[in-house]
Design a protein around this ligand. Structure first.
Ligand code: SF4
Length: 338
């Protein structure tokens, strides 16, 4: 990685952020691109950050630094100062958080400009000029934040005024059209890039609803809770921070087994193949989890089924009654400490 960057960039891996970096690299400036990750975007590169940075360097000649915002982000999501969008997406607070972190990084590295791939008018709200100005103000990046794709439509930044960046070589793109970006991609020889709309799970209505449920009792969910929420059928418990998830297919089941370690109960049928259920909650909810497991397995027609469970180093078995008409028995667990 370049030890002394002259410019910081925000990197989403979308075409626009790659183009913004290429435009500035053409002026001979060294760029450090920041990639932010949370459970809602960028989480697919967690635990393989170094490999991802190598891939990006090889594909686009971009030096990346990964910043994990998870802890601050999960706290912010409980009560974003500027509210939520259509779903559970706190876009204004999210952008302010990312730009504030970029500004702090710019100060640490003594860097004079932050660039993004934003295009005026491309998104209905967050890329309106007045919203862009407001975000700059709230993140204290006024005069520092430069959008190379639309710069000629915006007030010159300090980097342009001082001649660090040549404003004449910047662009005046606006609106939702993609043709100019495609032409620029061709010019820079950029071939493989994700679709522009790609990636934030908080804008997905179904997933956003699940996440919102976990915040309903004013507790902050963990990053692992949120990873689990990406799979299976979701059943929140009365204490909204607790839940049961039942895998829908093999991939769900594999994911649930690999993610739910330590603090979660894992339940499976003891005498036949079937889905995996995960319980976040007390032992008294094991029978409810077993019932959900049975309902989505071959055991649904049986009056009762033997269930095996484990949590950390503990495990046991019990017989679950899965018919609605039957009184729900508390599981008679046989605990084994391994
Ligand atoms: S869509 Fe997601 S990543 Fe983008 S600003 Fe909104 S909350 Fe942040």
């Amino acid at each position: 990685m370049d030890l002394e960057p002259e410019i910081i960039a925000l990197f989403s891996q979308g075409l626009d952020s790659i183009l913004a970096i290429k435009i500035i690299q053409q002026q001979g400036l060294k760029i450090r691109a920041l990639k932010f990750i949370t459970p809602f975007f960028g989480s697919e590169i967690k635990d393989r950050e170094a490999e991802y940075c190598r891939e990006i360097k090889e594909s686009y000649d971009i030096d990346l630094e990964i910043i994990d915002l998870t802890n601050d982000y999960l706290k912010m999501l409980a009560a974003p100062e500027y509210g939520y969008g259509k779903n559970f997406n706190p876009c204004l607070d999210c952008k302010i958080m990312m730009l504030t972190r970029a500004r702090i990084r710019a100060e640490e590295l003594n860097v004079k400009a932050i660039i993004t791939g934003e295009v005026v008018g491309q998104r209905p709200f967050s890329q309106r000029r007045d919203t862009m100005r407001r975000i700059e103000k709230l993140s204290q990046t006024e005069g520092l934040l430069l959008r190379p794709l639309s710069a000629k439509l915006l007030t010159p930044t300090r980097a342009e005024e001082t001649g660090l960046i040549d404003r004449d070589k910047l662009f005046d793109l606006s609106g939702r059209g993609r043709k100019p970006q495609m032409a620029l991609a061709e010019k820079f020889g950029i071939k493989n890039y994700p679709t522009p709309a790609g990636g934030c799970l908080l804008t997905d209505p179904g997933f956003g609803k699940r996440v919102k449920t976990l915040y309903e009792n004013e507790q902050i969910p963990t990053a692992v809770d949120l990873e689990l929420l990406k799979f299976g059928r979701f059943y929140p418990l009365e204490n909204r921070n607790e839940f049961i998830i039942v895998g829908r297919h093999r991939l769900d089941n594999q994911a649930l087994l690999s993610i739910a370690t330590g603090n979660y109960y894992i339940l499976q049928l003891a005498e036949m193949a079937g889905p995996v259920a995960v319980l976040k909650g007390p032992e008294t909810e094991l029978s409810a989890a077993a019932k959900k497991l049975c309902q989505h397995s071959k055991a649904k027609t049986l009056h009762e089924a033997k269930i095996k469970w484990r949590k950390g180093s503990k495990n046991g078995t019990f017989t679950a009654i899965n018919q609605d008409t039957s009184p729900q028995s508390e599981p008679k667990t046989e605990n084994h400490d391994n």
